[in-house]
Ligand binder design. Structure first.
Ligand code: ADP
Length: 250
């Protein structure tokens, strides 16, 4: 077992851009059902790491496995998404002219595991699933609204809901609370805490108050100069001298 039962396993991943190492022997091991927060200063390599996991960037060297069978270094972006890695980018991308409900319905119909056509009626079970997601993403009362009329935070939640409709094995969230109000950030933390244990999730985030709320008993990984500087509980990494130095720029 090369991946030690991990859902995501990166070993010595290096990404060089003209000799500059955006990632430098990065190691990361995410267990099934884990919610992992990844933090680190600008330029630490967080985006490059997400790009490697989703096949957008090919590593120069190293090993990257999704589950036991998928060698991410040999797959296209399309096949990686199809294999069950869902990524949410910073900017929400919803169908603005469709209602909230229709957005979730479209996301469900794009899920290959459900049915290979856009034209079919929803079963009672599928409606129930959409209703459950609407509740989770705090948009029950807004299901008839065009998505374009939602607030920035609501669009972000809708996009998380759309990703969940596709039943990903691993959910990657890129700065999910960027641009959100404090109240929306708080609700996003609640939402992620509800997903805890049910999904394997990797969150890259700058907002430390938010990270503290969702890290709970979980592990936090601190990236710096393309590799892992520290890893452990939020309390442990906050007290780590090397982490403090990097964040205070000393
Ligand atoms: P983060 O997301 O943590 O801010 P990035 O992964 O975006 O960090 O970037 C890591 C480093 O790699 C940065 O110094 C960045 O300038 C560099 N970098 C990222 N992408 C490229 C690229 N396509 N070409 C050259 N350098 C890049």
């Amino acid at each position: 077992d090369t991946t030690h039962g991990a859902i995501l396993y990166l070993e010595d991943i290096t990404v060089s851009f003209d000799g500059f190492k955006a990632l430098n022997k990065l190691n990361l091991d995410i267990s099934v059902g884990e919610l992992r927060c990844i933090i680190g200063p600008n330029g630490a390599g967080k985006t490059t790491m997400m790009d490697v996991i989703t096949g957008k960037t090919r590593p120069t060297s190293g090993t990257a496995y999704f589950g036991q069978t998928f060698d991410l270094t040999k797959m296209t972006e399309y096949h990686i998404a199809d294999a069950g890695i869902g990524r949410k980018f910073q900017r929400p991308t919803v169908f603005e002219h469709h209602t909230v409900f229709e957005n979730l319905e479209l996301a469900m119909k794009m899920n290959k595991r459900v049915k290979p056509t856009l034209f079919f009626r929803l079963s009672a079970e599928q409606r129930d699933k959409i209703d459950a997601i609407l509740k989770l993403i705090r948009l029950e009362g807004h299901h008839h609204r065009p998505a374009g009329l939602l607030s920035h935070g609501q669009k972000q939640w809708l996009e998380i809901g759309m990703l969940l409709m596709q039943e990903p094995q691993l959910l990657l969230l890129d700065e999910p609370v960027a641009g959100m109000s404090d109240a929306e950030t708080e609700r996003t933390a609640e939402l992620l805490n509800e997903l805890r244990g049910k999904h394997s999730i990797v969150v890259v985030e700058h907002d430390m108050a938010f990270v503290t709320e969702i890290a709970r008993d979980g592990q936090v990984t601190v990236l710096h100069e393309g590799s892992v500087l520290a890893e452990g509980s939020m309390q442990a990494v906050q007290a780590n001298e090397r982490v403090i130095e990097v964040y205070l720029g000393r």
